[in-house]
Write a protein that binds this ligand. Structure first.
Ligand code: AMP
Length: 443
């Protein structure tokens, strides 16, 4: 299947040709026709799957199909971060390059009055971060009364970042007769279900590249570490010995990101840092230097790096283990984008082992162990349970073996206690490690 077979305006086909995009990705194949048919959509697609074009193409097609309503925004894309909003705008401008449609961005960190003037020109397609757009709505400089299509991109991130109320207020201010497309890396959890129920009407649910599917193009490794000092040495070793074009190093805190920037600069790596406390201009400058290859290592926190599409990132290092399976997926999704190969290495010390194990269970895969001969960790993972030869040889997994050992002990106790009065047994509460991901019907 090629883009030529999709019923899109010739000007959009021309833009796709110019961009060298010929074959739709899986999410584009499913979402474009469904959105062109006018349906509301609830789409889960992994980062890097081509989801931006999957919604931009039908949105632009719709704007080209119908005559413009007088004034106001016709299509709105809500994005969680300024960087992502700018990336979406860039793609919107590329795809609409051969049309007269106007696209623009409203995000925090830019001059309000300038944005007000920009909104007066009524760009047909607006990409916005929720907080700043809501301010414009409240001050009557943005009008969504004639909105035809609303796209909520990276909805899970949006909710994680506390934008639920702002998003709902924007939906309230939008025309009720509109098409709504909701995209999210994951549809897990009640929050997404609630927001989907309140903004979508009878949506087609498309669950592609389930976030828990293995990222086939990304090798995922784990390297054990003893402490922060050891991690610093391992990180420096990896950045000095691995072959890579661009590397992203993730930390869980801004202070850690700043500290590592200093440390790695001292070791003469060409490095930059990206975190939420930096002024927007500086963030843009660092991103630009990274894109152009003036620096090849970037230390970043999750918030700062969310949704970034940077070509050529082939190494992701989790200096701190991600706090959740979804954060992990977002991090490693920065590499292996659109068919590129990538390597993701997580540095795990004792306190992070359980987190690593939880993420492996969530992804239903086991990371490849890796060791650097010169920097072996004394930490070898949690101590193995002592098991009888019989159950160890039975090929059972550790948890099954543990259950078998507990059961045999229980039988032994039961035999000793025959005839005695029994104390009520204490049972452990069940721990739900599931993610509450409800199976979705494919339309
Ligand atoms: P996204 O998932 O929207 O962040 O897109 C990830 C990357 O895939 C971007 O750099 C897009 O330019 C690229 N891309 C989008 N659609 C296609 C396609 N049909 N073929 C090849 N690359 C694509």
């Amino acid at each position: 299947m090629t883009f030529a077979q999709l019923p899109l305006d010739s000007r959009l086909h021309k833009a796709l040709d110019t961009l060298g995009l010929h074959r739709p990705t899986a999410v584009q194949l499913e979402a474009v026709p469904a959105a062109l048919a006018g349906r509301d959509l609830l789409v889960s697609a992994a980062t890097g799957s081509g989801k931006t074009a999957a919604y931009l193409l039908p949105v632009l097609q719709r704007l080209l199909d119908h005559a413009a309503a007088p004034g106001g925004t016709r299509a709105l894309v809500l994005s969680p971060t300024r960087e992502l909003a700018r990336q979406v705008l860039k793609q919107a401008r590329q795809l609409s390059a051969f049309t007269s449609l106007q696209c623009n961005v409203i995000a925090g960190g830019a001059d309000f009055k300038y944005q007000r003037a920009l909104l007066r020109k009524d760009p047909e397609l607006l990409v916005a971060t929720p907080g700043r757009l809501l301010e414009h709505i409240q001050r009557h400089s943005a009008d969504l009364g004639g909105l035809e299509v609303l796209v909520i991109d990276e909805a899970d991130r949006m909710l994680d970042m506390g934008f639920a109320e702002a998003v709902l207020a924007i939906v309230q201010a939008s025309a009720t007769q509109r098409q709504t497309l909701l995209f999210s890396a994951t549809l897990a959890g009640g929050k997404i279900a609630r927001i989907a129920a309140s903004v979508l009407r009878n949506p087609s649910a498309i669950e592609l590249n389930s976030v828990r599917d293995r990222h086939a193009d990304i090798r995922q490794q784990v390297l054990l570490a003893d402490n922060r000092r050891h991690k610093d040495q391992v990180l420096n070793w990896l950045l000095s010995h691995e072959q890579f074009d661009k590397a992203l190093v993730f930390t869980n805190t801004k202070t850690q990101a700043s500290r590592l920037r200093g440390l790695l600069a001292y070791h003469r790596h060409r490095i930059g840092a990206l975190h939420g406390d930096m002024p927007q201009e500086e963030r843009n400058r660092v991103m630009d230097r990274f894109r152009r290859g003036h620096i090849d290592v970037m230390v970043a926190t999750d918030i700062a790096a969310r949704g970034l599409d940077i070509k050529g990132v082939d190494l992701v290092i989790n200096y701190d283990m991600a706090r959740s399976g979804d954060d992990y997926i977002h991090r490693i999704g920065r590499t292996g984008r659109a068919g590129d190969k990538g390597l993701a290495i997580s540095l795990v010390q004792a306190g992070e082992w359980n987190l690593k194990a939880m993420i492996e269970r969530y992804l239903r895969q086991t990371f490849e162990p890796r060791e650097i001969a010169a920097l072996k960790a004394s930490y070898r993972g949690p101590k193995k349970l002592k098991t009888s030869g019989k159950s160890a040889a039975s090929g059972k997994r550790p948890q099954q073996r543990k259950a078998a050992v507990t059961k045999s002990k229980q039988r032994h106790r039961d035999r000793k206690n025959i005839g005695k009065r029994r104390a009520p047994s204490r049972t452990m509460p069940a721990v739900d490690l599931g993610d509450g991901l409800a199976p979705l019907k494919k339309h």
